[in-house]
Write a protein that binds this ligand. Structure first.
Ligand code: AMP
Length: 422
């Protein structure tokens, strides 16, 4: 199928040509005709499948047709709500790209930055608003935004939205949105609570689905290094000796872990930066931009911070640890090998994580290849239950010792802590 077969407006086809998109991805081929027929759509698709264009293109087409005769300040006719700032920015960029010959205004709003520049954008009049839930409700309550004219509503990454605790915000929003509207609902996974939420939003929806989360993209080559916890640092340096790995997105479970990895890499003169929840929005965007420009070789991210970041032509993902939720593994490695590009996902597994690999393999129905060239093979044994208990008790003891010493140094100024100890 070609985009030309979808009867899109010439302004859109021209923009798609500029993007070098030759044919629609599966989700686009399925969803675009339905949205153009004004059907509500329940889409099961994760980031990387081209789902943004699957809703953005037909919305632009609707708006080209309806805004032609509009007079006065532009009103918001399409609202896209998405869980993270990074996703919001990317969706805004997609509307810019596909709508560049269409004379439509879009703007993006999200929290964590001053609201005034966003308010000024809104005051100029916008056709398409892309927003994260918190800032959206804030600006609605301050009367900077009216949803009265919204005809096309998109809820993007619904499952993450719920994971991140946005359910109350979504419920509030549903009370404000006009009833007469077309709604599109996208989620990577479809557990019961998501299906229920979709039923509150959609009317007689058509279902479209690609890449259920259990199927990892066929274009991603996966390898695993079984190693020891204490060897991961050196193993990573060994892997990065491979000059083919020009750039890599590396996942760390914790923020502290991410910072530690960056320090280690910088000590070895490997350019790297971390993006995680304790970095400001500005720092995160700067790190992402430097990575995209090629100034950084290793971008270290936690799962939350990496949600939705889209790096064109990213070939390598490294899992510095194995996530305990198998779906997280699929999300992580889906960052590379996007839209048909070839990707490589390497995972470092310490003994305590062996069991996680098993549940990942069960989910993806595939045995992950063991990497051949591993100078730091796993020699430690995973702990049995009593060893785990001992380990946890020792960790607790050490933590207590740390706090006791700290309190002594501070001259026992923390009575709350002393009370707890008794
Ligand atoms: P998304 O799933 O919307 O985050 O899109 C993933 C990536 O695929 C983005 O970098 C898009 O620019 C790209 N993309 C989307 N649609 C197409 C297409 N039809 N042909 C080639 N690349 C595409």
């Amino acid at each position: 199928m070609k985009f030309e077969d979808l009867q899109l407006h010439p302004a859109i086809l021209k923009a798609l040509k500029d993007e070098n998109y030759s044919e629609p991805t599966s989700i686009q081929a399925q969803a675009i005709p339905l949205v153009l027929e004004r059907k509500d759509v329940l889409g099961s698709a994760q980031t990387g499948t081209g789902k943004t264009a699957a809703f953005a293109i037909p919305i632009i087409q609707h708006l080209i047709n309806t805004t032609r005769h509009e007079k006065g300040r532009r009103q918001i006719k399409s609202l896209v709500v998405t869980p993270t700032r990074e996703l919001a920015i990317q969706i805004g960029e997609s509307f810019d790209a596909y709508g560049k010959y269409s004379n439509l205004q879009n703007t993006v709003i999200f929290g964590g930055v001053p609201q005034n520049p966003q308010v000024r954008q809104l005051q100029k009049g916008v056709d398409i608003l892309v927003a994260t839930p918190g800032r959206l409700l804030d600006l609605i309550s301050q009367k900077h935004i009216s949803l009265r004219d919204v005809k096309y509503f998109v809820l993007d990454e619904a499952d993450r939205m719920l994971d991140m605790g946005f359910i109350h915000d979504i419920n509030k929003l549903l009370k404000i949105l006009p009833r007469q509207r077309q709604s599109l609902f996208f989620s990577a996974t479809m557990p019961n609570k998501i299906v229920k939420l979709s039923q509150q939003i959609l009317v007689n929806p058509k279902k479209v689905a690609v890449n259920p989360v259990s199927s990892t993209a066929e274009t991603i080559q996966q390898q695993i290094y079984f190693t020891n916890k204490s060897d991961k640092k050196d193993l990573l340096l060994h892997i990065l000796k491979n000059k083919d790995i020009e750039q890599v997105l590396l996942f760390s479970r914790t923020k502290h872990g991410a910072d530690r990895i960056v320090r280690n890499l910088r000590n070895k003169k490997i350019e790297s930066a971390a993006i995680h929840g304790e970095k400001s929005q500005n720092q995160r965007q700067k790190a992402l931009l430097r990575f995209k420009k090629g100034e950084i070789r290793v971008l270290v991210a936690t799962d939350i911070a990496a949600r939705g970041i889209d790096i064109d032509k990213l070939r390598y993902v490294i899992n510095y640890d194995i996530p305990n939720e198998p779906e997280t593994y699929v999300h992580r490695i889906g960052r590379c090998g996007r839209a048909g590009e070839e990707g490589v996902a390497l995972s470092l597994c310490e003994p305590e994580e062996n069991a996680y690999v098993k549940s990942i393999e069960k989910l993806i129905k595939l045995k992950i290849d063991v990497a051949g060239n591993n100078p730091f093979p796993q020699t430690d044994k995973p702990m049995n239950d009593s060893e785990k208990k001992e380990f946890e008790a020792e960790k607790k003891r050490k933590r207590q010792e740390f706090f006791e010493n700290r309190n002594k140094k501070r001259g026992n100024q923390n009575p709350g802590f002393r009370r707890k100890r008794r």
